[in-house]
Design a protein around this ligand. Structure first.
Ligand code: IPE
Ligand code: IPE
Ligand code: MG
Length: 238
């Protein structure tokens, strides 16, 4: 993979943890535990390759429908991940960001996230973005609300609204030049976006490996990147 065909922004829907566990006779939460180990490897590999932004869909707005015990395992795993990884992330120049309505998360998890984001605020090599309690419809609705409020306050005029006006009010705006997704990967064979980054994926390439997330090794990730490298992106041109 040469730098020219490496996606600048990769987004991953880490799906299939529950099925992975259940098919082996384990409770669903065990799949999340095994999945968390993959997160660490994929983050490392992305950084080594020179990816600019990696957005990981860890929890959707709709995932609040899941049983309380499963949710509590997810928050525990999130806290463990942060505690265990923050030093290495720091050494590797990784900046941590969170998108979504993550103020809904339990307080301990929020506190841990805020502290890690502060520690990693000056990372210049790669943005690691966790999508937590994220929904693209909520994000777009929020952007529209901000625009309406700016219009009411006289900061904006309706006929001055451009795509950039909206883009600047999305939760991904901090990613600057690489806020749009180049490559979207969803593991487990499902071929849908499940309310993930609808605006930002307008011109993304998609990959749907059958592999369940706990089995998605660095080797599998490299295969996905090879498939990306072979694509011709035309953006409507010739
Ligand atoms: C993805 O795995 C992780 C989260 C949604 C938190 P799932 O838990 O959706 O696993 P499956 O799709 O049921 O196998
Ligand atoms: C999407 O997976 C969210 C994450 C992987 C975090 P889901 O498993 O929740 O999506 P659906 O329900 O299959 O669409
Ligand atoms: Mg799923």
């Amino acid at each position: 993979m040469t730098a020219s065909n490496l996606p600048a922004h990769i987004a991953i829907i880490m799906d299939g943890n529950g099925r992975w566990a259940v098919s082996r006779g384990y409770p669903r939460f065990y799949g999340h535990i095994r999945g968390a180990a993959r997160v660490r490897e994929i983050v490392r590999e992305s950084r080594t390759l020179g990816v600019r932004a990696l957005t990981l869909y860890a929890f959707s707005t709709e995932n609040w429908k899941r049983p309380e015990e499963e949710l509590s395992v997810l928050w525990t795993l999130l806290r463990k991940y942060i505690r265990r990884e923050v030093a290495e992330l720091k050494r590797n120049g990784i900046r941590l960001r969170v998108i979504g309505e993550w103020t809904r998360l339990p307080e301990e998890a929020r506190r841990e996230l805020v502290a890690a984001m502060e520690t990693l605020a000056d990372g210049k090599e790669m943005d690691l973005v966790f999508a937590l309690s994220y929904g693209a419809r909520a994000e777009l609705t929020d952007a529209v609300r901000k625009i309406a409020s700016d219009c009411e306050r006289g900061i904006l005029k309706a006929d001055g609204i451009t795509e950039a006006t909206l883009e600047a009010r999305l939760w991904t705006s901090e990613l600057g030049d690489h806020s749009n997704v180049d490559f979207m990967i969803r593991t487990s064979g499902e071929q849908r976006l499940s309310n993930f980054l609808l605006w930002q994926c307008s011109y993304a390439e998609f990959d749907f490996p059958e592999t369940l997330w706990p089995d998605y090794t660095v080797g599998e990730f490299r295969k996905s990147l090879e498939r990306y490298g072979a694509r011709k992106r035309r953006f409507g041109g010739l």
